[in-house]
Design a protein. Sequence first.
Lengths: 284, 355
Amino acid sequence: MNRLNFHRLILWSMLLLFAAWFLVPLYVMLITSLKDAEQLRSGNLLSLPAAPTLDAWFKAWGSACTGVQCEGLKPFFWNSMVMVVPAVLLSTLIGSLNGYVLSKWKFRGSETLFAFMLFGVFMPMQVVLLPMSQVLGWLGVASSIWGLMLVHVVAGIPSTTLFFRNYYIGLPDELIKAAQLDGAGFWMIFRRIVLPLSLPILVVTLIWQFTNIWNDFLYGVVFSGADSKPITVGLNNLANTSSAVKEYNVDMAAALIAALPTLFVYVVAGKYFVRGLTAGAVKG
Amino acid sequence: MGALAIRNIHKTYNETVHILKGIDLEIDAGEFLILVGPSGCGKSTLLSMIAGLDHPTRGSIHIGEREVTHLPSKDRDIAMVFQSYALYPNMTVAQNIAFGLEIRKVPKDERKAAVDRVSAMLQIGHLLDRKPGQLSGGQRQRVAMGRALARDPKLFLFDEPLSNLDAKLRVEMRAEIKLLHQRTQTTTVYVTHDQVEAMTLGDRIAVMKDGLVQQFGTPNDIYNHPANRFVAEFIGSPAMNMVDAQRVGQALTAHGVELAITDAQRAAVQAHGSAELVYGLRPESIGFAATGLRGKLSMIEPTGPETYATVDTAAGKLTARVPGVLQAAVGDAVHLQWAAEQSHLFDRASGVRVG
């Protein structure tokens, strides 16, 4: 019994230590964002805020300078929202359709096509920068929110296709055949049978895409125009805009604002995420 | 024209793999056709073609008066029960049953009437609000049949529907399928590899092997007049005894033992070219007697109502199937007798029936 307790003790202390290790940065960010400029100057990084205030948050949101303009992160945040939500939905929908075709409506060469799409998953993002800006130019959507959305949809399709295809492989083919005999066609089977069975993988893909696109910096900085910069670019500009005194509390608040949506998505849908990653074949 | 006619169906993959090599079958309305054979014989491929889920390389399929060879499944007026049942996991039992009707835009009250009709017929009324995941194997089987019945199709297809059930349930559901067919009289095609299912359910049986129909006939035909050695050995349990035999003058012998044959068989053997034959005897044709072929009991397998006894004789090993309990022990000397009319003769090289 004592031995067991001893092992427990070691185990718990290790886990707590690691948890603390990973949580310290978050703690520092949070308390720093709640401090006023006065306390920052005193220099104690880990101390609790003497007079907690949300001033830094308001400033980061509405009036901090990002380069020459001083409107805070607000415009960037909405740019990101307007761009990310449709991009996530579109890339997920297209991925699920692709997966449905590649697993249940195989045609000559569909496996080869899938293999080529897999290249897209592993291809470094930097490779496509120049050709993509050329294409966006031809399409007339360069430096706009539409162009950025298009880039994210296209870049997301390989991984969303992979997710859905591998999930749908686990659905019995006989389900599709039975539905065909019942008189359902391609779209009807997708809408009435396949999509309703897709909830776990749908959640996984939505979280994955949301996190990826929301957190993207490279495409955002390269393909956006002056008025369509996403929040990651805004945050970067905010932190790099030099003023007389470095306002760490505002920087921290801004970083937290930029991270909140993905945090929110994890908290709300996280349990589906884990469940979806481990979900086996659907038992009929 | 019959309710289902299959004409010269060929299926070839990649121009080298021949799955079906010319299948011809025709059945009348209301008949129960069994496709039976070992795995890989092409029976499931043939069923898929009747269902419209696969298409033949050559040949044609007619349902009633219509040629349907290249028609999509949904336009064939057929319903199918799959081996895995293939119930839609996201729908309730009632929705599963009504789905085909809904797709065909049948009004809601008619759909409800159909669900009520089939659920009463299959005694699944109390399950209508459940999801397939909450049902037992036998219940899923019933729902799958209900889904097929609801549309009142012209042709009913079954793809090894009982092979996922345990032995007891399989016998129950077999009887249920038979009763159902007697009641609805829907033309049915049923694929199985189980010869007992084939014999008990079929009005007509097509025994298949290597992409060819070996014999097409009533269960009685198949059992009592097997067209070749494969059919003779495939149908019946324990399998038919097969003894290699030679024609010597007018007689037929195996290792010096003269085998009883009828005058008609004698004539057929004389007319047949080869002297190398196989002599077949169903185990139940053989009985113990005071005289006859001498042998030694080498194994006794009691099943309860009957006993299988294996006897080593000069002609070879023979299995007899006798009623009740056998009052003998392994090693005993016994005599076997049978009637010449009960024997079957096959050519040894080709396996074709001689007489």
